[in-house]
Design a protein around this ligand. Structure first.
Ligand code: GLN
Length: 453
């Protein structure tokens, strides 16, 4: 557990070097098989030795000696930032993204770059140019995506904390499938400077970890205004690890999510968890209405297609390696062609604007719901993850994010904690709180974790 490990490192019981070496050993043993990392930092042990010196001098930061894995769409200087695509196979970061800068300032050690769905466009972890990532807790099922390698690195004990990105569920979906904790912060809470975007209206970088403390600590460090990202909000970052007792809450459950849940066992499990949480915290469950939530998937994709198309125009083969259309996989190409079509001048932005309007309606749904309740509990996915290698249609893949996309459309924060297992497959519970109320979110996630340990 992260809090205990930090105490051990601080007291000298475990050195940063030993911590890193332990992980490198596990990576060495397991990575060939589970493919969580695309690249491992060759300098990690030397960097750990430097951190050990700082610890001895009492000058080390809040992440001193921890091994941090980074998704391959977040820039780290001198590491391959491939987005798991052939297009960027030979591209190395020339600068540190804001989040990485902050991690390094706090003496976290970047242990490597993780595998992912190509350009973060996916939900299974299978579309990487470097091959699929394997779910260590349930190898016959996909680990989820697109932050597959980050979730798997955490679940397989190859790092302390990982960074992922979440545009429509890419942190929460693999966290759920791998039985770990993951958080999508509110839109604008974390600087995206240095993130290669899938869709700039939705993308947020967030943490994945075995425990809530690790996620809270990481968000405390990476959150906050940056001059390099104009949508990062200038709001104080609270002390998220200072968990407060929360009770007498109003917990929202939505029949609209229940209707959309294909595997009813998932909904019953989540409902019984919500009831348990309510009982243990003296809280009440209230029904909420999210009447446009069934349009979330149809609203999200036109926006993502258009923004992705626009964002990928820089990959024309002149500056960053290959031309994307000549070197990418099927799903990325579908989005580029689709985005190009939707943006055609003759449509006058008709589809994009319509999607933006519905995005506004869904946001209003959530604003109204949060007038009546403090938090909303929902499943993470409408069905269990598919078997590795099973061919699924784009529509089925897109529908898999029906419960995670709404939080991105509404700009609120959402976290995933373990809820149990169905058919021996981990299933997460999604807790959402109003935008910029991450403290409340973490307090409740922590309460749930404590109840279940
Ligand atoms: N699966 C969704 C998509 O393909 C979400 C991806 C993400 O959050 N990066 O767009």
């Amino acid at each position: 557990m992260i809090k205990e490990k930090l105490a051990d490192i601080k007291s000298g019981k475990l050195s940063a070097k030993e911590n890193i070496e332990n992980f490198l050993k596990i990576i060495n043993e397991k990575n060939k098989k589970i493919n969580a990392f695309i690249y491992v930092n060759k300098d990690a042990v030397n960097q750990a030795k430097e951190v050990d010196k700082k610890i001895k001098q009492g000058k080390a930061g809040k992440l001193a000696g921890l091994a941090i894995a980074v998704k391959s769409n977040i820039n780290v200087v001198d590491m391959p930032i491939t987005c798991a695509s052939k297009t960027l196979e030979n591209y190395y970061g020339v600068f540190d993204s804001d989040v990485v800068k902050r991690i390094k300032q706090e003496d976290g050690i970047i242990i490597g770059m993780t595998n992912m769905d190509e350009f973060a466009a996916g939900m299974s972890g299978e579309s990487s140019y470097f091959g699929p990532t394997i779910n260590p807790v349930c190898p016959e099922r996909v680990p989820g995506g697109s932050s597959s390698g980050s979730a798997v690195a955490v679940a397989a004990g190859m790092c302390d904390i990982a960074l992922g990105s979440d545009t429509g569920g890419s942190i929460r979906n693999p966290a759920s499938n791998c039985g770990i904790v993951g958080v999508k912060p509110s839109y604008g809470r974390v600087s995206r400077y240095g993130l290669i975007d899938l869709s700039m209206s939705f993308d947020q970088i967030g943490p994945l970890c075995q425990d809530v403390y690790g996620c809270a600590l990481m968000l405390e460090i990476i959150a906050g205004k940056s001059d390099y990202d104009s949508i990062s909000y200038d709001r104080p970052v609270e002390n998220y690890t200072n968990f407060k007792k929360t009770d007498k809450l109003k917990i929202g459950l939505s029949p609209d999510f229940e209707k959309l849940c294909k595997d009813k066992r998932i909904y019953s499990l989540i409902k019984s968890c919500a009831e348990k949480l309510a009982k243990e915290t003296n809280s009440k469950i209230k029904k909420i209405n999210l009447k446009y939530v069934d349009l979330a998937v149809q609203t999200y994709y036109p926006i993502v297609y258009v923004e992705f198309f626009s964002g990928t125009r820089k990959f024309d083969g002149r500056k960053y390696g290959r031309k994307i259309e000549d070197s990418c996989g099927e799903e990325v190409l579908r989005r580029i062609i689709g985005g190009k079509e939707i943006s055609k001048a003759e449509y006058h932005g008709m589809y994009y604007k319509k999607a933006l309007r519905v995005k506004g309606l869904i946001k209003k749904d959530f604003d109204n719901a949060f007038k009546d309740v403090d938090i909303i509990i929902a499943p993470v996915t409408p069905s269990l993850p598919h078997k590795l290698g099973d061919k699924i249609s784009p529509e089925t893949a897109y529908a898999f994010d029906a419960f995670t996309i709404p939080a991105n459309l509404a700009g609120i924060c959402s976290g995933v904690v373990k809820s149990g297992k169905i058919d021996n497959i981990p299933v997460g519970m999604q807790i959402s709180a109003p935008a910029f109320n991450e403290s409340l979110l973490f307090n409740i996630m922590k309460k749930w974790e404590d109840l279940n340990i």
